[in-house]
Write a protein that binds this ligand. Structure first.
Ligand code: ZN
Length: 400
């Protein structure tokens, strides 16, 4: 079945959308991904160039694998004048902000510690200040922003971005986070669960590249999973898909903040690991300290991290039985423990999953580290490329 002939306006939005999602692409790739005729793509690229939205050749070398024959394809990339995207990510004790151009280049970023119990309004005001800082550093202003994405730890309900009450941010429960941040920045903000954002960024730029079906595990104070199914993010009916941290591991275990007992988080989250090490260390030891000790050969720390890996692997086995992914990418603070966490996780997953699911899946450490979630917030914007075109047009007209 051939695709219906697209109007020129629609074709322009489709080409722009693919460019925003990929950062740069050859005309042949654009034709394949938009299903438009090569001649239409060429005409649209010329139009977008005239409008100052795209540029060629893109910076960077030959995108093909080493040894490819013939001349490299000429890449078309987003021009800096197409605007910028903002990503924000809140954790239990941090906020991160980045500004990116639409060619996927990070222009500036900030990272600050926050009090764990800070009310949402104060955290949002602080983040808004950081947005002003990164924009100034990037030589951009509010009018250059074409979209804002934001990550929060916990189940995010619908377009209001309201957090479910199992979040680890008590100051945010019941707050319509998307609206509150929109009010602070004066523009629309899209909110998503942070593990879902980690999945998106690792899949677009990191250890999940090329996977059709993958899960990203964020292992930190909370434990969450983000799912990519058939090369699309999957968040479920009300945004709670992947809440693996509340899988009950031990029905008679410790009470969990979600109201259940013995959830994975209560035995394998950072707080549980630090509680297991209490007595070995002073009270104010951090998870980073515990990981550093384990890497240095401290048996008690290594054992506590391995126990967490085993518990997580048991829950991941069920995840593998349910949706049969090809790759599991492990991120979050605890991923810095590397093989000390991932090997016991992998072993427990193999023991618990049906054999074919266990054979199909590889478990790897994420490559984007602590920036995975905030980069995912940028990715959230970049995937909305076709909807951003009219804003980019306005930015380019102003900056020309
Ligand atoms: Zn729970």
């Amino acid at each position: 079945m051939s695709a219906p002939v697209a109007s020129r306006v629609d074709a322009r939005a489709r080409v722009f959308g693919v460019l925003a999602e990929t950062g740069a692409a050859s005309r042949a790739d654009l034709a394949r991904r938009t299903q438009l005729a090569a001649s239409t793509v060429s005409a649209v690229v010329t139009e977008l160039q005239t409008a100052g939205l795209v540029t060629e050749p893109a910076a960077g070398g030959d995108p093909r694998p080493p040894g490819a024959m013939g001349r490299p394809p000429v890449l078309v990339a987003m021009h800096r004048n197409a605007g910028v995207a903002i990503g924000l990510d809140f954790g239990k004790r941090h906020v991160r902000v980045v500004v990116s151009d639409l060619a996927h280049g990070i222009l500036a970023e900030r990272h600050d510690e926050l009090d764990a119990d800070l009310p949402a309004a104060a955290a949002i005001a602080h983040a808004a200040g950081l947005v002003d800082e990164v924009l100034a550093e990037a030589d951009a202003d509010q009018d250059d922003v074409v979209g804002v994405g934001m990550g929060l730890p916990g189940p995010v309900h619908g377009p209001t971005g309201e957090l479910g009450d199992s979040t680890i941010l008590p100051g945010w429960v019941g707050v319509r986070a998307a609206e509150a941040m929109s009010d602070a920045l004066g523009r629309a903000v899209e909110v998503e669960n942070d593990a879902n954002l980690g999945a998106l960024s690792e899949w677009m730029w990191g250890a999940g590249r090329g996977a059709e079906n993958m899960a990203y595990l964020k292992v930190a104070t909370g434990i969450g999973a983000g799912l990519i199914i058939r090369a699309r993010p999957y968040t479920g009916t009300s945004g709670t898909a992947g809440e693996i941290g509340h899988t009950v591991i031990d029905p008679s275990g410790p009470n969990c903040r979600c109201g259940n007992r013995g959830c994975l988080e209560t035995v394998a989250g950072s707080a549980a690991i630090l509680a297991a090490l209490r007595g070995t260390f002073a009270a104010d030891v951090t998870i980073a300290d515990a990981i550093a000790c384990a890497v240095d050969g401290h048996t008690g720390c290594a054992r506590a991290i391995a126990a967490a890996g085993t518990a997580i692997g048991t829950a991941v086995a069920t995840l593998c039985n349910l949706f049969n992914p090809e790759r599991i990418v492990v991120g979050g603070d605890l991923a810095a423990a590397g093989p000390l966490l991932i090997e016991p996780l992998r072993d427990a997953m193999r023991r618990g999953a049906v054999r074919s699911a266990a054979e199909d899946v590889t478990v790897v450490e994420g490559t984007l580290g602590e920036r995975a979630e905030v980069l995912g917030a940028v990715a959230l914007v970049l995937r909305r490329g076709a909807e951003l075109l009219h804003r980019s047009d306005a930015v380019a007209a102003r900056r020309a």
